[in-house]
Design a protein around this ligand. Structure first.
Ligand code: HEC
Ligand code: HEC
Ligand code: HEC
Ligand code: HEC
Ligand code: HEC
Length: 465
């Protein structure tokens, strides 16, 4: 629907087109659907987004391989299930029905583009992308008083206002997946709704965008002939950094990695103790203090997040370890270490026969929350859920006298190598991307204990609470 500013309905439409812009027709819808159109006036938004997983969502070779395998194994019954979130505009425009032709779909329609988020008018559900677009020339955002744009009409919408809870419903409706078999596979939105951040009081709530789209001191739009004031909150970052990165040549990889490192840094608060109990124990405690959901969240059947604990003697020889990857076998998944002490933060997913699987369409049960680290759900110290840190003990009987130094940290990686190996063996994945799979160190989780000091170490101690 195209709205026009006519003399008959001027008052109602003022907010939609702005006074001065009414004379100038905005760009046609087809041009506004192309993110490249936005680059000239919103260069920062464009550059950051172009490196994001939203931009990459239908180019990811693992996505393409999994979608194809899923279509084959279900004889096409999967249909548009995967592309409804990974290529939503292409699906709505009929440029694809099942994602099998994605390599031939024009690039502007792939992934989750600017138009898809900024043209939203209604959210009709809580999962599987129930977002309805206006398909008009109005870009919706959080500015109540935007200056006139020569390219598009503008309108305020709480659905894309980082200050509003409603914007979490927008993000969340794609960040919760219920599979065709009825398994609630990704639950970031449902998890967030239980936290202290989903508060009804607007002064106390923290939306997805407040944490994931931080503010800067740039203007919102720039370019010849534009007179745009600097907004109190500048503009919002559009890197959408998480855990995943592009596995094939793609813009902005270094900046994505830097944003991931920055965002992971404050996610967890750790404590490491070496105790004489029962002849020796290493305790590692992790508190999910910085996220607005479980850690990790979302694609938790795929994510591999684990604790690495290493104890050294005074020759720097390893006398005990858990979660330590062998140097000479770079493609090892943590569960393949055969480590009886392994502390894996995840949700085991199984098929109908009880076998573990990452293949969405086969998953029958998901053990949620499994061993994910829970977020803050109450501010009441009397509530038993107030204290939500999780601690694991690693027995080191008899070793204490030899232990000189202990290091602990959390590592996280988007996908298991075994899945990639399977997809390569079956011919669905034709490029070897294993060297591109990142393993991130959660910087804030890193601690080192040395003999002779306090029993416990933590970021601002000892003493450690
Ligand atoms: C010719 C320049 C120009 C182009 C091209 C352009 N914009 Fe804008 N846009 C502006 C100006 C100017 C503003 C107002 C900024 C302000 O008031 O701070 C704006 C504001 C916005 C807003 C905020 C609206 C609100 O009310 O919060 C969004 C969202 C937006 N643009 C999205 C886009 C998208 C998406 C594209 C590409 C399809 C695009 N723009 C292309 C100039 C442009
Ligand atoms: C996943 C959804 C999503 C995508 C994709 C997206 N944006 Fe945004 N954008 C938002 C949200 C949410 C805000 C915050 C609005 C607010 O609170 O002011 C925003 C804000 C903006 C604003 C308003 C000023 C600001 O920074 O706060 C502009 C302009 C904008 N985006 C342009 C773009 C352009 C251009 C693209 C593509 C290159 C894009 N956006 C892609 C969700 C998205
Ligand atoms: C149309 C559906 C859709 C909407 C709306 C959406 N997302 Fe996403 N988002 C995705 C998909 C699909 C991916 C994964 C792409 C991939 O990795 O292939 C993703 C990835 C991400 C990632 C990176 C995850 C990782 O582990 O690397 C973050 C962070 C993110 N989104 C945040 C947001 C926020 C914040 C909003 C709201 C402002 C939002 N998303 C709205 C579909 C959506
Ligand atoms: C209080 C701040 C906060 C809020 C609120 C929040 N997040 Fe996060 N989120 C984080 C942090 C910190 C991380 C970990 C850093 C990282 O993964 O880069 C994270 C990680 C993620 C990831 C990547 C996780 C993974 O394991 O793949 C996604 C996707 C995501 N958030 C989406 C959302 C969505 C959607 C919402 C709203 C429903 C939301 N977040 C609300 C702080 C927040
Ligand atoms: C409801 C929306 C939605 C649907 C449907 C969906 N995805 Fe995703 N997908 C996401 C989001 C959101 C992420 C990012 C997850 C995160 O980081 O929390 C993602 C991430 C991914 C990734 C990146 C690697 C990983 O595991 O994180 C792959 C691959 C993927 N999805 C494949 C698929 C396939 C194949 C299907 C269909 C069987 C599918 N997705 C269906 C939203 C969706």
């Amino acid at each position: 629907m195209t709205r026009r500013c006519t003399a008959a309905v001027p008052v109602l439409l003022l907010g939609l087109c702005g006074l001065a812009a009414c004379g100038e027709p905005p760009l046609p819808v087809e041009e506004l659907m192309n993110p490249a159109t936005c680059q000239s006036c919103h260069p920062g938004h464009f550059t950051e987004w172009s490196g994001s997983m939203h931009a990459y969502a239908s180019d990811d070779p693992v996505f393409l391989a999994l979608n194809r395998k899923g279509q084959e194994e279900t004889s096409g019954a999967l249909g548009g299930f995967c592309v409804q979130c990974h290529a939503p505009l292409a699906l709505q425009l009929g440029l694809t029905t099942d994602g099998l032709n994605l390599p031939d779909v024009p690039q502007w329609a792939k992934g989750v583009g600017c138009y898809f988020c900024h043209n939203v008018v209604e959210i009709t559900g809580t999962h599987n992308n129930p977002i309805r677009l206006a398909m008009d020339q109005t870009m919706r955002g959080g500015l109540a008083d935007p200056v006139d744009s020569p390219a598009h009409r503008t309108a305020f919408s709480p659905l894309v206002d980082a200050e509003s809870q409603d914007s979490s419903a927008m993000c969340g409706s794609c960040h919760d997946i219920v599979t065709p078999a009825g398994v609630h596979l990704e639950r970031t939105f449902a998890e967030w709704q239980e936290t202290i951040f989903a508060h009804a009081d607007p002064r106390r709530h923290v939306s997805c965008a407040s944490c994931h789209m931080i503010v800067s001191t740039d203007v919102v739009a720039e370019g010849p002939g534009l007179d745009v004031p600097l907004r109190p909150f500048g503009r919002r970052e559009h890197t959408f950094a998480g855990i995943d990165t592009a596995l094939t040549p793609w813009p902005e990889l270094a900046n994505q990695r830097a944003a991931i490192r920055r965002d992971l840094k404050g996610a967890l608060l750790p404590r490491l103790c070496v105790l004489p109990d029962a002849a020796g124990r290493i305790d590692y405690r992790l508190d999910n203090v910085g996220t607005g959901h479980m850690f990790p969240t979302g694609a938790t059947a795929d994510r591999r997040a684990w604790a690495e604990i290493v104890a050294y003697d005074d020759q720097d020889g390893v006398v005990f370890s858990s979660g330590l990857m062998p140097m000479n076998q770079p493609y090892t998944d943590p569960e393949a270490l055969g480590d009886p002490n392994l502390w894996l933060l995840g949700t085991p997913a199984r098929d109908a026969a009880g076998q573990s699987t990452e293949l969405f369409w086969r998953i029958a049960t998901l053990d949620h929350p499994g061993t994910l680290l829970p977020p803050s759900v109450t501010t009441d110290p009397q509530d038993p859920r107030f204290y939500h840190a999780v601690e694991r003990g690693f027995a080191v009987p008899g070793l204490l006298p030899t232990i000189r130094r202990v290091t602990a940290r959390v590592l996280v990686r988007p996908l298991p190598f075994a899945l990639l190996d399977d997809l390569m063996a079956s011919g669905h994945l034709t490029v070897d991307v294993r060297d591109q799979v990142p393993t991130h160190e959660v910087e804030g989780s890193v601690l080192e204990w040395t003999a002779g000091g306090s029993a416990c170490v933590c970021p601002n101690g000892p003493p450690c609470p």
